[in-house]
Design a binder for this molecule. Sequence first.
Ligand code: IPE
Ligand code: IPE
Ligand code: MG
Length: 246
Amino acid sequence: MGMKENRLDGLAIPKHVAFIMDGNGRWARAKGKKRTTGHREGSRTLKNICKVAYELGVEYVTVYAFSTENWKRSDEEVAFLMRLLRQYLKESVQEAEKNNMRIKVIGHIEGLPRDIQDKIELLEKVSIQYDGLKLQIALNYGGRDEIVRAIKKINHELETDVLQHSDINEDLVSRYLDTSGIPDPDLMIRTSGEVRLSNFLLWQLAYTEFYFTEKYWPDFDKNALEDAIIKYNETERRFGGLADET
Ligand code: IPE
Ligand code: IPE
Ligand code: MG
């Protein structure tokens, strides 16, 4: 262990990594298993990646777990995902304590079953005291829905004179999103070969570096995350400015 060379020595570690955890179903099918088995395995991968990311020095992880569009799946699959979610939220109370994680859920929480809303509230309340990895879980989340909800909140503040029109700027809009106070992701990783955003963090990913891998989410591991961070270090982030002179 001690003599093993660290592949990331001297490299910049992204402060915030966002994941589109895709490919659970295809992972299962390739193994002749049910899609639900893939989801179960995917939730194990999430627990592992949180630990690994924090060990590597990542401060924030945001994961896409259930989109506003995922309700279109079969009743059976949606029901299974909600069951898995209940279990995950319950276990996460201990997991947060063990790993010093602060967990926050983003998305249209009121649109989730009542008991899940309660579990989210409890988990957030318990884990707010921890200051290790900040984990955001996107549940019933859609980037467009998040922006619409922010516009409604801002509109309400205008109508009640809490805000004036002249207060509206990019920082204010950011503060009315679910990710208020959380820095934008530096790196976004999508597994399973799809090259699209599927309505994930539309506002926040404006200047994020994207990394796509063919690996299915259940197979994503420490080595795969290191590969992504190495690739992240090969690009120069210009944010609209000019390339560095070399
Ligand atoms: C991602 O895996 C998990 C969720 C969207 C809930 P998928 O279920 O989308 O797996 P594929 O894309 O069908 O393989
Ligand atoms: C995106 O994956 C949503 C999550 C990972 C939760 P999907 O599998 O739902 O996206 P599409 O349908 O391939 O765009
Ligand atoms: Mg998918």
